[in-house]
Design a protein around this ligand. Structure first.
Ligand code: ITT
Length: 194
């Protein structure tokens, strides 16, 4: 089954290609000529994923489209950056966002550094409309570590190993992440084999 990924985030595209390995799903990038995805005006990850999936489906000639809306919720910051994860800092780059978060968490004790990654996936096709979610718990570190992954991976610490997510390779991250938890639910709904 061919599915267009309704995202402009290269980190997500890489991860979905790994997730699709061994399944009968083939992910295709969103055609460049479609332009930018619409503004994310929803109030939840699910609403924003729906906005992106709908837009892609309406502009891609009937091919099924999958959108991912995801982000990081930090308990001490009352759930921020949440749905604003990609635009947390003024510049809105991975680098500036992670540095802003480290600054906002400066001096906060370890016990109050709990955070979770959330991922909402929406798949829209001619005969299908599915929505699933995944969540992954950890904590915010006090420095950047690792070169892999994207976004907030260098400051997200895994509870058991103490490793930062960016220290894991792609396969190791995929085994534990919010994105793979959501994707496994989607596979179950679609009854896709591995
Ligand atoms: P699209 O809307 O084009 O998919 P985006 O990067 O703007 O790309 P989102 O609106 O879903 O995507 O924002 C998600 C942000 O949350 C992303 O930019 C990262 O900063 C962060 N994020 C999501 N998943 C992540 C992950 O697995 N590791 C690290 N950071 C992640």
């Amino acid at each position: 089954m061919k599915i267009i990924l309704a995202t402009r985030n290269k980190g997500k595209v890489k991860e979905f290609n790994v997730l699709a390995e061994g399944t009968n799903l083939e992910f295709i990038s969103l055609p460049e000529e479609i332009g930018d995805l619409p503004e994310e005006t929803g109030t939840t990850f699910q609403e924003n994923a729906l906005i992106k999936a709908k837009f892609a489906f309406e502009n891609c000639g009937g091919t099924p489209c999958l959108a991912d809306d995801s982000g990081l919720e930090v308990k001490f910051l009352d759930g921020a950056p949440g749905i604003y994860s990609a635009r947390y800092s003024e510049e809105g780059t991975d680098d500036s966002n992670t540095h802003k978060l480290l600054k906002d968490m400066h001096g906060v004790p370890k016990k109050d550094r709990k955070a979770s990654f959330k991922c909402s996936l929406v798949l829209i096709g001619k005969d299908c409309d599915h929505s699933v979610e995944g969540s992954f718990e950890g904590e915010i570190g006090t420095s950047l570590k690792g070169k892999n992954g994207f976004g907030y991976d260098p400051i997200f610490v895994l509870p058991e190993s103490g490793l930062h997510l960016a220290e894991l390779n792609q396969i190791e991250k995929i085994k534990v992440s919010h994105r793979s938890i959501a994707f496994n639910k989607l596979k179950a709904v679609l009854e896709v084999s591995r």
